[in-house]
Design a protein around this ligand. Sequence first.
Ligand code: FAD
Length: 105
Amino acid sequence: MTLQGGTAIALRVLVVAPRTAARVRFPEGLGLEAQPVRGLDIGTHVPADACGATGLAGVWVAGNATAPSEKVVGALACGVRAGMAINADLVAERTRRAVRARDVA
Ligand SMILES: Cc1cc2nc3c(=O)[nH]c(=O)nc-3n(C[C@H](O)[C@H](O)[C@H](O)COP(=O)(O)OP(=O)(O)OC[C@H]3O[C@@H](n4cnc5c(N)ncnc54)[C@H](O)[C@@H]3O)c2cc1C
């Protein structure tokens, strides 16, 4: 293997420890950003609960952005759970509004 500076090193095996980075960009001021995965030196993610809810109401994440060690099937399951949670949140909000509107009348 030849390093950038031209130094050649004889080797038979090269072991690397890849790190992943959550490529997310939230609007400034939301207070939401990728953070190092706690306890594991594997990269960054956006912390969220099992259904993808972040600490910020109305913002969900799914897949490797929150669970960097997931494979396709796990990332897909994250997305399904987040979709279900988002739908439930919207239904609850619409129901609250309908109840409020009825109380006023
Ligand atoms: C080398 C390698 C090998 C792997 N092998 C396997 C395997 O054999 N089996 C397996 O199950 N899993 C494997 N995985 C893991 C698998 O690829 C991931 O778990 C899965 O792709 C995660 O899906 P995702 O939707 O969360 O993210 P991604 O598949 O990364 O999808 C995110 C998408 O968002 C897009 N994006 C990013 N930023 C923006 C933006 N600002 N605006 C719009 N779009 C944006 C990206 O371009 C990308 O298309 C492998 C991963 C790697 C890196």
